[in-house]
Design a protein. Structure first.
Length: 94
């Protein structure tokens, strides 16, 4: 069944892995937990807030799903003790 309210162009798949995120213009590095991923973006759960518009360098450990990528924060929602951060992937290197 397709959700007609779906705004995404790429299907998201669950991926429960830790990712390392570095905010490019600041001296901030965070280990966040990926919730889901698609060809164009990912949703992570972070203990730290990262501002919308922040440019990121992202690294997922080099296993069968591993990659490095650049991205941009497009949405942040506070969820209990964590922040749900939606990231648009702009350059993926495998």
């Amino acid at each position: 069944m397709t959700n007609t309210n779906e705004r995404r162009r790429d299907t998201r798949r669950p991926l429960h892995e830790d990712v390392q995120i570095r905010v490019i213009d600041e001296k901030i590095e965070v280990i966040a937990r990926c919730s889901n991923i698609s060809a164009s973006g990912m949703l992570v759960q972070s203990p730290s807030m990262i501002k919308v518009g922040s440019q990121l360098s992202i690294s997922l450990p080099k296993n069968e799903n591993g990659f490095d990528a650049d991205g941009e924060v497009i949405r942040v929602v506070k969820d209990n003790k964590h922040f749900l951060i939606a990231i648009r992937l702009t350059d993926i290197q495998q």
